[in-house]
Design a binder for this molecule. Structure first.
Ligand SMILES: [Zn+2]
Length: 300
């Protein structure tokens, strides 16, 4: 315990050249968005990488120290981080970033949540009881969160408010142009039918008119079982699905197994910034998602 306290004190010491606003993001997409808006005024940190499942990480002492230093904590919310964020917030002892205070933001509260249902039975293991938390796969959701985040950054750091407003306006101008381009390019994907490993892509599907045929997980959060994969094999043996999707951190075996049996391509899509070599910021993230889907579509 003493050792942990000392470690926390050491990493809590202010850095030599510190930015005006320390942003702790639970997921890489929110760190990337804060950088797009705040540029040199912000210092961002992401608790998870694109190669980790954001539902499950450890509340490590190094993360507690980062929350302690933060002026703003931004997370997807909708219980995505329920397994680790409450412990971080409790141990960090930073009142400003507790839920309900100005330094805490849940991105999913600014968008229309899909899959919200009153009948979810937690006992069955469903880890999306508050609706689907993977909101970043629709760029219109990013727009809504960007507006809220820009306002919040300006209110937390009023001395740089005009800088955040300009950063937001510039981002949104480029983002709207990019969305038009993605929507035009993705037209051939309309009506495609996907099997996804986890229910990570419902917002992308809703955006582009893609249909979710099924999931490798029988219930969100429960690993694919042999019984369920067998069921999917019978269901799709005669067709009815165009490709199988997984994220980089998910076990390749279930999608490869099913791919061989039903004769449908299995592909990896980046769920957030850093998920593939190509997806290095929010713009290249969507470029790469659409490139990969079109490539799979053309090779059907
Ligand atoms: Zn999930």
């Amino acid at each position: 315990m003493i050792r942990v306290t000392i470690a926390v004190l050491i990493v809590s010491m202010p850095a030599a050249a510190s930015a005006d606003l320390n942003v702790f993001a639970c997921e890489p997409e929110w760190a990337a968005l804060a950088n797009e808006i705040g540029h040199a005024h912000v210092k961002t940190f992401s608790a998870t990488s694109a190669l980790q499942d954001p539902h499950y990480i450890q509340a490590r002492p190094s993360l507690i120290a980062k929350v302690r230093q933060a002026d703003l904590v931004i997370c997807s919310g909708a219980e995505l981080e329920i397994g680790w964020l409450p412990a971080l917030l409790q141990k960090a002892n930073n009142r400003d970033v507790l839920p309900g205070n100005n330094g805490y933001m849940e991105a999913s509260s600014y968008v229309l949540r899909l899959d919200a249902t009153a009948s979810v039975d937690r006992a069955q293991g469903d880890i999306h009881p508050q609706g689907n938390p993977h909101i970043q796969t629709n760029p219109h959701n990013i727009t809504a969160v960007a507006r809220a985040l820009g306002d919040r950054m300006a209110s937390l750091d009023p001395g740089n408010a005009s800088g955040y407003e300009a950063g937001l306006a510039d981002f949104l101008r480029r983002w709207e142009i990019a969305i038009d381009d993605w929507e035009a390019r993705a037209e051939p994907l309309r009506g495609a039918r996907l099997i996804t490993h986890h229910k990570s892509w419902v917002y992308l599907e809703h955006w582009l008119g893609i249909e979710e045929a099924d999931n490798l997980e029988a219930i969100p959060g429960l690993p694919p079982t042999a019984t369920h994969l067998g069921r999917l094999t019978s269901k799709f043996q005669e067709g009815g699905v165009d490709f199988i999707i997984r994220s980089p951190y998910q076990d390749a075996r279930p999608s490869e197994w099913l791919s061989e049996r039903v004769g449908v391509t299995a592909i990896v899509l980046p769920l957030t910034v850093g998920g593939t070599e190509q997806a290095q910021d929010l713009f290249s993230l969507f470029d790469d998602i659409i490139d990969r889907l079109l490539k799979a579509r053309n090779h059907e």
